[in-house]
Design a protein around this ligand. Structure first.
Ligand code: PLP
Length: 403
């Protein structure tokens, strides 16, 4: 029997894909004239070209050639209820427009719901997770009068210059044009590495450390519970703000990963689902009262005494309402989270069996409904996973085909 090579497999898959997505191919060629790389976000490109989505509903999406797919990408991980869930969409139908630029009652309702969800003192809305992280670093600098910010190798906190380092292109720059001063203020730390990380934080020169309890971008890597608590403790002892990035985890766990891991962050950053999952302008920065009050223009009327935050679309009524409806729904349906954990386990088992058949070395990672898989060239210890180890051991050729 003829042995199928990876190259054969790739060619077969590409030719089936091309024959089923002719209209997408045509549109992609046109898109390349107007949108750099033919897409609105380079991450959404894959070879030979991405399909263009026309319709979404629940767990399914349909492209412009009429092909149906199950969506595991789910709005970059923003949605845990699927697309267009009626609990959010139906009440919005009453009024599908938003108003912008004025304070409004919905931002207060939303703020009360969000602070209660995370059990944090105060919140301000932002336009994205990137923006929320940017403000978190600004707030940490202002609060501590220190410059450096710690982040973990492999951690993705958005494309802000002050955090966009050591994500996937280890040892190299992640982008042209990044501001050197901000880049140099980033101190890269090793995820799940208790000794080195704690020692570095205890040096006491970091304004804050930004961490995800389950790394999303690195491929769903959960933190070791003890590691997170030791890190939090080292932050407290050294006057460093402990910043939990919950842009993805915030609504994958009841009350966020903060609740799941029993953490007490000084600042908590979130995004995506905090705006109901289906609307832009979704992000938030939450924190302890004494930290968040640095945004307070009543307490600190002079600009030099406070931290600036805000934008035209922050707190818009549509996103605020959608976020409020989602949180209300989740509170009324707490059992959903047990179901998500069960489904996560089931999916991991299916993946494990599928890869076993394929005869490939694989690490299936994740917690609850956050799941990743990493095809490997070398064995990997599954406890205390470190992104830098996965990145160097990954079988990139096969990953390209399977993704
Ligand atoms: N932080 C984390 C953990 C994320 O996963 C993301 C996006 O995926 C961001 C920040 C950036 O959020 P946004 O894409 O809304 O700017």
């Amino acid at each position: 029997m003829k042995q199928i090579t990876l190259k054969d497999l790739w060619e077969d898959l590409s030719s089936v894909y091309r024959s089923k997505t002719r209209r997408s191919e045509e549109l992609f060629l046109k898109a390349r004239s107007y949108l750099p790389g033919g897409v609105s976000y380079s991450l959404r490109y894959f070879e030979p070209y991405p399909f263009f989505v026309e319709k979404v509903k629940g767990a399914k999406i349909w492209d412009i050639d009429g092909n149906e797919y199950v969506d595991f990408w789910m709005i970059h991980g923003a949605s845990l209820l699927g697309h267009e869930h009626p609990a959010i969409v139906e009440p919005l139908r009453e009024k599908l427009t938003a108003h912008f630029g004025w304070t409004n009652p919905w931002e207060v309702k939303w703020a009360e719901a969000v602070t209660d969800w995370f059990k944090m003192d105060m919140v301000r809305p932002t336009n994205s997770g990137t923006e929320a992280n940017m403000y978190a670093t600004r707030l940490a600098r202002a609060f501590t009068s220190r410059k450096k910010i710690g982040k973990f190798i492999g951690g993705w906190h958005g494309s802000y210059d002050g955090l966009h380092k050591g994500v996937s292109n280890l040892g190299q720059t992640e982008s042209l044009g990044l501001d050197n001063t901000l880049q140099e203020s980033i101190v890269l730390l090793k995820y799940n590495d208790k000794e080195e990380t704690i020692e570095r934080v205890l040096q006491g020169d970091l304004a804050g450390v930004v961490v995800e309890a389950v790394m999303g971008g690195a491929g769903a890597l959960p933190a070791d519970r003890e590691f997170l608590h030791l890190l939090q403790d080292a932050c407290k002892r050294s006057g460093t703000l402990f910043i939990l990035d919950e842009v993805i985890t915030g609504f994958r766990f009841y009350g966020g990963a903060k609740t799941y891991y029993d953490l007490d962050p000084d600042i908590l950053v979130t995004g995506k689902a905090v705006g109901g999952s289906y609307f832009p302008g979704a992000g938030a920065i939450l924190g302890k009262r004494e930290v968040m009050e640095l945004f307070d223009q009543v307490k600190h009327p002079e600009p030099e005494g406070r931290v600036f935050h805000g934008g035209t679309y922050t707190g818009n009524t549509l996103t605020m309402r959608a976020g409020y409806y989602l949180i209300s729904y989740l509170k009324e349906n707490r059992g959903l989270f047990d179901e998500l954990f069960e489904k996560g386990k089931y999916l991991k088992e299916l993946l494990r069996k599928a890869f076993e058949k394929f005869g490939k070395r694989v690490a299936i990672t994740g917690l609850g409904s956050m799941i990743g898989f990493h095809l490997l060239r070398e064995e990997l210890e599954l406890n205390n996973l470190r992104p830098e180890e996965i990145i160097t051991k990954r079988d990139n050729e096969v990953m390209k085909i399977v993704h």
